[in-house]
Ligand binder design. Structure first.
Ligand code: ARG
Length: 468
């Protein structure tokens, strides 16, 4: 809601100004439309700051209590949606401080002692992103669990594994699903690393040079659960590395979701026909009555552009900035908020969608039948009989060409036909030419062999605290 313009001297910084700010400038520079979402963290930071000021005898205990009481009332008012944010007060920091001073008088005017909005906004953003890192971690874990449940449900189902989107070698569907669990685990690890660097307390850097007042930064850090304080006041006020890092983490999560989404789009086509997404999660066409479109995976894939775009935008914003704080940095928040909203929504719906996906196991198996997918197994068979791998590769290449001429598969050849290509081939070859024989033989660590995949699944379920 727009309140009427206030006189220059009423601005929080209006002392030296003779004229009121131009309305166009207020409109152009206000950030309250989006940074209001930092209000809880702003108030949390102000509480800790006020307590420290009292401990350091920079304000009295009565003043501290009035500040704490006022902040609690303001927070409740914002929670109830009754607080009116004023664009002419620019941002969340000034809106709250002004409301506090209006409410409690002089004590409110002491809250900003030894503090600048430059370190304040850095603190608020770190507090906010620390919470967001935790909620993202929870969402990633839920997504992993959705994958692990499907991986358990479809244990034993075989499917073609692809390279270059060409059928390559048969694998277990469970192995494919667990590949995504690994990606999301790395996302969680990366996020935990990012959280460590977020979790450093910036308040006390003040405008950029620190302060001459006897503050105690460590006690503020301790109260707010930070593991350390930032070391250099100039770096602190100009730093948005933590936000950039968060945007990179978000971008990579969305890229992982997008790769999955792309597979879901492909797999739900008539051409692949590997999965049924379910009516509740597809949409129809306004003209073609037969259509069931995978709009949700498409949107997840499409939204990758805005998340990666947010990372690029902030990188470019920071790129040419001289030390220390510059107003350019205000551009950080919308990008990060939008990327967070997008990734969180995408994660939640991915987990939901996955829970309702039905994999067509007969179709998946049928797709392993064509395409000579056990050719590598035949080459390995010859290697076990001491033929050098390159030579074995050539022999199997010739056998595949022979099959192509006859429009048949490797498994359709007789032993006599196979032996024309190499006398090393015996009757036991048929075990490796079958899809199941191929899959169960790949027992190298990390491979798709049934025993390895069962171990991997059990390990994942343990890690995620799931009963198997
Ligand atoms: N709204 C500002 C931002 O987000 C807060 C800091 C403003 N500091 C200043 N000196 N103008 O960056």
């Amino acid at each position: 809601m727009m309140a009427e313009s206030i006189r220059a001297s009423d601005k929080m910084w209006g002392g030296g100004f003779a004229e009121a700010t131009a309305a166009s400038v207020e409109a152009f520079s206000a950030s309250i439309q989006y940074d209001a979402r930092l209000y809880r963290h702003d108030i949390m930071g102000s509480r800790a700051h006020a307590r420290m000021l009292a401990r350091q005898e920079l304000i009295t205990e009565e003043e501290r209590d009035a500040i704490l009481q006022g902040l609690t009332e303001i927070e409740a008012e914002i929670d109830r949606g009754e607080f009116v944010f004023k664009p002419e007060l620019e941002d969340v920091h000034m809106n709250i401080e002004k409301a506090l001073t209006d409410r409690i008088g002089l004590a409110g005017a002491k809250l900003h002692t030894a503090r600048s909005r430059n370190d304040q906004v850095n603190l608020d953003f770190r507090l906010y992103l620390r919470d967001e890192a935790d909620s993202l971690d929870g969402l990633l874990a839920e997504t992993q669990k959705a994958f692990a449940r499907q991986a358990r449900k479809y244990l034993g189902a075989v499917m073609p594994g692809y390279t270059h989107l060409q059928r390559a070698q048969p694998v277990l569907l469970t192995h494919h699903l667990l590949a995504y669990v690994e990606m999301f685990q790395r996302d969680r690890d990366r996020l935990a690393g990012c959280r460590q660097r977020i979790n450093v307390m910036p308040l006390g850097a003040a405008a950029m040079a620190g302060t001459g007042l006897p503050i105690d930064r460590h006690s503020v850090a301790e109260e707010l659960g930070f593991v350390a304080i930032t070391a250099n006041s100039m770096d602190t006020t100009g730093d948005r590395d933590f936000a950039l890092e968060m945007l990179f983490c978000l971008s990579l999560i969305q890229v992982h979701l997008s790769r999955l989404a792309e597979e879901r789009v492909l797999w739900s086509t008539k051409e692949f026909d590997f999965v049924r997404i379910g009516d509740r999660y597809t949409t129809g066409s306004s003209i073609m009555p037969q259509k069931k479109n995978p709009d949700i995976p498409e949107l997840i894939r499409g939204k990758t552009g805005r998340v990666a775009g947010a990372l690029m935008a902030l990188l470019m914003t920071v790129k040419g900035l001289p030390l220390t704080y510059n107003r350019d940095l205000q551009e950080d928040k919308e990008q990060v908020f939008d990327a967070l909203d997008t990734v969180k929504a995408s994660l939640a719906i991915t987990a939901e969608l996955l829970g309702h996906a039905e994999f067509k196991t007969e179709r998946l198996r049928a797709a392993t039948a064509g395409g000579f997918m056990t050719a590598t197994d035949l080459a390995d068979y010859l290697v076990r009989r001491n033929m050098p791998f390159r030579q074995a590769h050539g022999v199997v290449g010739r056998i595949v060409a022979f099959c192509q001429e006859r429009s048949c598969e490797l498994i359709d050849l007789t032993l006599a036909e196979l032996r024309q290509f190499s006398g090393l081939i015996d009757a036991d070859v048929f075990a490796v030419l079958s899809v199941d024989g191929s899959v169960s033989s790949r027992l190298s660590a990390g491979g798709t062999g049934r025993a390895r995949v069962e171990e991997a699944l059990a390990q994942v379920e343990r890690l995620l605290g799931m009963a198997s």
